[in-house]
Ligand binder design. Structure first.
Ligand SMILES: C[S@@+](CC[C@H](N)C(=O)[O-])C[C@H]1O[C@@H](n2cnc3c(N)ncnc32)[C@H](O)[C@@H]1O
Length: 183
């Protein structure tokens, strides 16, 4: 997947939320929150072109499974080019991840949720619902990891999760803030 497709989809589909892929600098800091030896079930919201997905797969152990939830059908086609048995691609809104995992895959809890969906583009109620449902999907001590360019969702994460970590990725342009909610 090239950046060109991402830019084109950004113009066409308002849910895409960003014209450029997450930088390596931000990915490194986000993934620094994951204990890959202990991560058995991982979920990614909004994999897009798979830039974080491929990094996750590289570091996941051989029995771990990664479920990705993506709404854009062109990105789904791109993701299908990633040949890895540990990857399960779901064309659905991240808001329904918990229900789909439960009903379709008989999975009640996961260890990590990594998200790059554009919370700033959602209304407040949807932001709240996604964060509450994510909390319910996680195991005890499970982590919700996301990054944003604003503090908009900080309070929501802080109110819901037992512990919240904030890391600034100042070398990113624009500077990004990585939020980790720990259940
Ligand atoms: C900012 S892009 C991030 C793409 C890629 N993960 C990255 O880090 O560069 C956001 C992605 O989230 C997807 N998306 C937006 N809303 C979504 C939702 N409610 N559920 C699942 N995917 C969503 C978009 O289609 C897009 O692929």
């Amino acid at each position: 997947m090239t950046e060109k497709i991402l830019i084109r989809e950004f113009i066409k589909d308002k849910k895409v939320g960003a014209a450029f892929s997450t930088s390596k600098h931000v990915i490194k800091k986000m993934l620094g929150n994951i204990d890959f030896d202990k991560a058995n079930l991982l979920v990614e919201y909004g994999p897009g072109n798979g830039v974080i997905t491929t990094h996750l797969l590289e570091r996941m152990h051989e029995n771990a499974v990664l479920f990705v939830f993506e709404t854009n059908e062109l990105f789904i086609k791109e993701l299908l080019n990633i040949k890895d048995e540990r990857l399960v691609i779901v064309n659905a809104d991240a808001e329904y991840a918990r229900t789909i995992l439960k009903n379709r895959y008989k999975i009640n809890k996961v260890d990590y949720v990594i998200s790059t969906i554009p919370f700033t583009f959602f209304d407040r109620m949807k932001r709240k619902r996604v964060i509450a449902k994510t909390y319910n999907l996680l195991n005890e001590n499970g982590k919700f990891i996301t990054y944003q360019y604003t503090w908009l969702i900080y309070q929501l994460i802080k109110q819901k999760f037992h512990q919240t970590r904030v890391i600034a990725a100042i070398l990113n342009i624009p500077p990004a803030i990585i939020f980790t909610g720990i259940k």
